[in-house]
Design a protein around this ligand. Structure first.
Ligand code: ATP
Length: 231
């Protein structure tokens, strides 16, 4: 459903992605894994159009994304929760969530109840400023905002970084529910092995700007972990 074919990306003169090939199956929950600096965030930013690719093709189904601007990609059903969350701290929780509404196909005017069922804390804090929320609550807000758009693909970049364990568990439950019961395709950059194993159905291991191993999560062996993840 999502494919990268021979994708290359450079920051100035420094090449980060090298002839990267990747396939993400529709309806899967795929963890992109690898040590710091291998290019995981860069890969997601290329998928979102936030970084230009120097060569290669990125497709969503039959649509070649290279030709679609970053502003238009959410309208294709791609929801993105960036590393560091990037909520608007001066806007209220409600205002942050409402930002996703114009992207919906049905042009709904109300934030769907489902968001508050998934993350009850957002309903309790609707009038509070985003910046006043805890890190975990902000992460839930960032995921909620992406879900307001009703995406068919949800992309999460290290959603659990610096977040307390009970909220990590809640976020895991939400991802599992959306993926398993609603068939949402999930792409997750995740460093925490336990979390990746709990929610991920497949993995892609990266090394120096390439995908070097791809399989179902039950095949993530100690050998692969030692080779590509252990520091
Ligand atoms: N704006 C930038 N300009 C130049 N180099 C960059 C820039 N952003 C990232 N890099 C470099 O690109 C490489 C890949 O970074 P990237 O953030 O994609 O890695 P990552 O696998 O997501 O790592 P992490 O787990 O630390 O977030 C790193 O060497 C990083 O230093």
């Amino acid at each position: 459903m999502i494919t990268f074919q021979q994708v290359n990306q450079l920051y100035g003169g420094t090449q980060i992605l090298w002839n990267l090939d990747l396939e993400i199956r529709k309806g899967s929950c795929t963890c992109i894994m690898g040590r710091n600096g291998v290019g995981k965030t860069t890969l997601l930013k290329c998928l979102m159009g936030l970084l230009p690719v120097a060569a290669g093709e990125i497709c969503l189904g039959d649509t070649v994304l290279n030709k679609v601007s970053a502003e238009q990609r959410p309208y294709l059903g791609i929801g993105y929760v960036p590393q560091g969350r990037e909520i608007f701290p001066m806007l209220t929780v409600e205002e942050n969530l409402r930002l996703g509404l114009p992207v919906r196909q049905d042009k709904a005017r109300q934030i769907p109840d489902k968001i508050f069922e998934l993350f009850p804390v957002l309903g309790d804090m609707l009038k509070r400023r985003g910046g006043d929320l805890s890190g975990g609550q902000q992460q839930q807000l960032a995921i909620g905002r992406a879900l307001v758009m009703e995406p068919t693909v949800l992309i999460l970049d290290e959603p659990n970084e610096g977040i307390q364990p009970n909220i990590v568990r809640q976020i895991g439950d939400v991802i599992l529910k959306l993926n398993e019961t609603e068939g949402l395709t999930v792409i997750l950059v995740e460093q925490k092995l336990g979390f990746a194993r709990r929610v991920g159905k497949e993995f892609r291991l990266m090394e120096k700007g390439r995908v070097v191993a791809s399989d179902t999560m039950d095949k993530l062996s100690d050998q692969l972990i030692k080779q590509h993840l252990a520091v």
